[in-house]
Design a protein around this ligand. Structure first.
Ligand code: ATP
Length: 302
């Protein structure tokens, strides 16, 4: 078997409307998931002879890897008993940044496993993805989606014309679970009726391929919770607006902040203007399913 490779694009949330808790303990939400051309790179090779089983190498990420879990669950669900594999991950997506890096890797690992095993049962792959986490189904075949449920119910949206995204990472992570808990404490969740009307408004606003929704729909309800836990984010949001972004918002559960620009050049200029920050901000474009970025490049531009 020769090495197989897949790219795992990061995602940003172009707004997030938060709803009430479901019985399974997850929150309902509505969000636009946009893959961006900042990719981890995964390579699958046969495990070394004598190795005790499948393994994942992921420099920079401590603890259990979601890709290990993806391999184990894929074997269990499909009954595939092929020889042990090793998956090596080159991380480019900031960790615990609200850009779904782990979910993107898990989605890419399932694509690799589907290729190596010859098992392409979409329902099975989707069921495994759902088990791995609410953000994983949208990473199985990355594209622009309107996600609802807890993020696992996907409706494909028309891809948008290219636009510019300024990504401002933070030097520390925020736990997704803590941000949702803080949102509950602040009583941020909206009613199911509000959630449903927001969903319809977003579908209408994005039906013709607009880059992003108008300001009143481009709101991240988790933002006040993220700012409450990391107050310096309020300052970062101001900086991004001052650098010329049409919209500035916390990405997902944060702490990454994004700025949206009509053109990539606008985002590049803002990245230069904010280059004194650590970690350095960078500009990136949407990632499109039909145009695979070069596997040797991370797609990001400073
Ligand atoms: P979420 O998808 O919950 O929004 P996130 O995008 O904020 O998460 P990730 O980069 O996926 O954050 O990391 C969340 C945690 O998952 C990290 O603390 C890390 O230890 C763990 N993790 C497991 N596997 C991976 C992986 N392949 N890449 C990054 N983190 C991983």
């Amino acid at each position: 078997m020769s090495a197989l490779r897949e790219l795992a694009p990061a995602k940003i949330n172009l707004g997030l409307t938060l709803g009430p808790l479901r019985e399974d303990g997850r929150h309902r939400l509505v969000t636009v998931m946009q893959p961006v051309a900042l990719c981890d790179s995964l390579e699958l090779i046969p495990a070394e002879i004598g190795s005790s089983g499948d393994r994942t190498l992921c420099p920079g990420v401590e603890g259990e890897n979601l890709v290990d879990k993806a391999v184990a669950r894929f074997r269990q669900a499909s009954g595939w008993s092929g020889a042990a594999v090793q998956i090596e991950i080159e991380k480019k997506i900031p960790v615990a940044a609200g850009m779904a890096g782990g979910s993107a890797d898990a989605g890419a690992a399932l694509r690799l496993l589907s290729r190596v095993s010859g098992i392409s049962d979409e329902e099975l792959l989707m069921a495994v993805a759902r088990e791995l986490g609410a953000d994983v189904p949208g990473q199985l075949q990355p594209r622009r989606y309107l996600a609802s449920g807890a993020g696992e119910e996907l409706r494909a949206l028309p891809e948008a014309a290219p636009f510019g995204i300024l990504v401002v990472p933070s030097d520390h992570g925020l736990s997704t679970a803590n941000v949702f808990a803080e949102a509950d404490r602040l009583a941020l969740p909206r009613s199911i009726a509000e959630l449903e009307s927001r969903q319809a408004e977003l579908v209408g606003a994005l039906a013709a391929g607009a880059a992003f929704a108008p300001p009143e729909l481009l709101v991240n309800d988790l933002e006040p919770a993220a700012v409450s836990l990391a107050p310096e984010l309020a300052w970062t949001l101001d900086e991004v607006r001052s650098a010329g972004a049409e919209q500035a918002l916390v990405c997902g559960s944060g702490p990454t902040v994004i700025g949206l620009f009509g053109e990539l050049d606008g985002a590049r200029g803002a990245a230069l203007a904010l280059s004194g920050r650590t970690p350095a901000p960078f500009a990136v474009e949407p990632w499109y399913p039909t145009v695979m970025p070069n596997a040797n490049s991370d797609g990001a531009t400073a």
